[in-house]
Design a protein around this ligand. Structure first.
Ligand code: ATP
Ligand code: MG
Length: 576
């Protein structure tokens, strides 16, 4: 391929609206262009990188026994009503009405469509297990599309769905996908970690997320400094230090706290540490008002609370609701005499007493509160967000926090969709049973962005070889010189003959421009053909990752190049 007739419109300056490095580099290296918010065109280089990811994904899915299909992007609303998700899925689901007044949507995911397919095809246990996957365009009307390919509205996903006759089979299918994901992200040269993820309110199911480690990640990963434990912050647990001994608690009494609202303000005003205070948060969940209690120095983990409640909708209570159930302005809620449907407390509060709580009255708190004696707590559970300084729930060693980008998600669904949509099979005894399902996603386009977050330097992209749009940038510094041009074409054809993807920069541009663009595009190897080198019978080399330069004799070019290439690949393999 020749750059003079290729289309890679590079930019010298960082685009104004790009915040993260992958977005900047994808635009600058001429890989993508924006059409509208969260919707991008892949230009030739971007598409090549995307296809490289898709091919690795495809190979590993096939190797794991999954079968490729291609499902429609437009889906009938009726299927989503059957599964119960039509009204539950938020505004990310782009709903529309067709000319026959039929409600439809653009697929954000395909559980409904694939379950509909399978329920019409599968009759017997003999047809199971089955795993169907596709690589396809998804649409999610994200509230804040941003960071380029990282969070688009339209994006490319690989989604697979497994169907099994029993739990053991479903677990085997799940871990086959888990292993395939680990192979995919390793092959693509990414630094990643698989962590436990929230699996929603359905008990018994489990899920893992595959996170590419990067400071710009939107997810927080909690990982043990000593053992294998790792979880998304949404799901992470920590050792709960129980109360040593019950303490004597005098009768509760009101203390005036004029103009004092936050935990820190109360702690400072009363001269006590924040961990002596109980924070009371009020939520509205599926029409009920719920109070969640955590220690003053902790935060409620809303996902954990939502799962405990089994709620589909949950949000912080509106100020009117707070006033109604507490009889006080916002900021003074407490568990004593609270008119809510139910009170849940974090287990850290269990067994201790003598707390300071909101008094459900303006400008007042209560002290000497014993929750068992003075309040009605339904039960004590893990409700809090894990924080710095917490210890691993598996081994007791310190937990560490890092940022990650979710590139893949494996999820054991159980019978959620097969029950709601009636996907059944006949077992060995001729008895009808629900199929047990799993679903497995990889954000193929997000993987490209995540990769660039990890692999770049001040000059541009540093593509890991498996993802690079081309392996080699061949720079002819004297394109007007017929001998040089002929030699460049010869090397180009030689490389192509060796099965190497090469982009020949044969443009009539200054060497500086060529060097800059080659670094920006970030192919793993650069070959530079200059007048002096040519006279000496050599072509210069550069390893884009290390910046290391060398020379290859034109005489025995093929062997010399093969050795150079192996060195670059080994360097990637063994990098720290
Ligand atoms: P997120 O939490 O980042 O919104 P999600 O958990 O909603 O993602 P899944 O439903 O698990 O996403 O989808 C499978 C994969 O699709 C994700 O692991 C991610 O890699 C990718 N993905 C999800 N949303 C987007 C998006 N808006 N843009 C690009 N990729 C996405
Ligand atoms: Mg996910």
């Amino acid at each position: 391929m020749r750059l003079s007739s290729f289309y890679a419109p590079t930019l010298k300056e960082d685009p104004a609206d790009a915040e993260v490095v992958s977005h900047k580099l994808l635009l600058r290296a001429g890989m993508i262009r924006k059409l509208t918010a969260g919707v991008y065109t892949y230009l030739p280089l971007g598409l090549r990188a995307l296809n490289n990811v898709a091919n690795v994904v495809r190979q590993e899915m096939n190797r794991a026994g999954a079968l490729e299909v291609l499902m429609p992007a437009v889906q009938p609303g009726d299927l989503w009503k059957e599964s119960g998700r039509w009204n539950v899925y938020g505004k990310e689901l782009l709903r529309f009405i067709d000319r026959h007044d039929r409600e439809s949507c653009l697929g954000p995911t395909h559980e409904e469509v694939v379950t509909d397919l399978v329920r019409h095809e599968i009759r017997s246990y003999r047809q199971l297990p089955l795993n169907l996957y596709q690589i396809q365009t998804k649409f999610r009307d994200e509230i804040r599309p941003r960071f380029g390919l990282m969070r688009g509205r339209e994006f490319i996903m690989k989604d697979a769905y497994s169907f099994d006759k029993d739990e053991a089979g479903a677990d085997t299918s799940y871990f086959a996908m888990y292993d395939a994901y680990a192979r995919i992200f390793s092959r693509l040269g990414l630094k990643f970690r698989a962590v436990e993820a929230d699996s929603g309110p359905i008990g018994g199911s489990f899920s893992h997320e595959f996170m590419v480690l990067a400071d710009t990640g939107e997810d927080t990963i909690v990982a043990c400094s000593a053992c294998e434990y790792g979880a998304n912050l949404e799901k992470a647990e920590a050792v709960c230090r129980m109360a040593e001994e019950a303490t004597f608690c005098p009768p509760a009494e009101v203390v005036p706290t004029p103009g004092v609202h936050t935990v820190d303000e109360v702690a400072a005003f009363l001269g006590v540490p924040a961990d002596r205070i109980v924070k009371t948060l009020l939520y509205e969940a599926d029409g009920k008002v719920v109070a969640a209690l955590v220690r003053g120095d902790r935060d409620v983990n809303e996902i954990k609370l939502k799962n405990v409640l089994g709620a589909t909708e949950m949000e912080l209570a509106a100020p009117e609701t707070v006033t109604r159930v507490t009889g006080a302005p916002v900021g003074f809620a407490g568990p004593v005499g609270l008119a809510v449907d139910v009170v849940y407390a974090d287990k850290e509060l269990f067994g201790r007493s003598d707390w300071i709580v909101g008094a459900n009255a303006a400008d007042a708190h209560l002290r000497h509160v014993d929750l068992a004696r003075d309040a009605k707590v339904e039960c004590y559970l893990d409700l809090r967000q894990v924080a710095a300084g917490d210890m691993c729930p598996k081994c007791g060693q310190p937990l560490l926090f890092t940022k990650g980008i979710e590139v893949g998600h494996v999820f054991k669904l159980g019978t959620k969709y097969s029950k709601s949509m009636g996907a059944v099979y006949l077992d060995e005894a001729g008895k009808e049973r629900h199929i047990i399902m799993g679903s497995y996603g990889i954000g193929v386009s997000r993987v490209v962005a995540a990769c660039l977050e990890q692999n770049n330097d001040e000059h541009g992209i540093v593509f890991p070889p498996p993802m690079a749009p081309f392996e080699v940038a061949l720079l002819n510094l004297s394109p007007k010189d017929e001998t040089a041009a002929a030699k460049a074409r010869e090397l180009h054809d030689l490389l192509v003959g060796m099965g190497v993807e090469v982009l020949l920069d044969d443009r009539d541009e200054r060497p500086g421009v060529k060097f800059k663009d080659a670094d920006l595009m970030g192919f793993p190897m650069q070959l530079v053909l200059g007048g002096k080198g040519l006279a000496r019978g050599v072509v210069e080399t550069k390893d884009r990752r290390t910046g290391e330069k060398g020379e290859l004799p034109l005489e025995s070019f093929s062997q010399a190049f093969a050795a150079f290439r192996q060195g670059v690949l080994d360097g990637w393999e063994n990098r720290g």
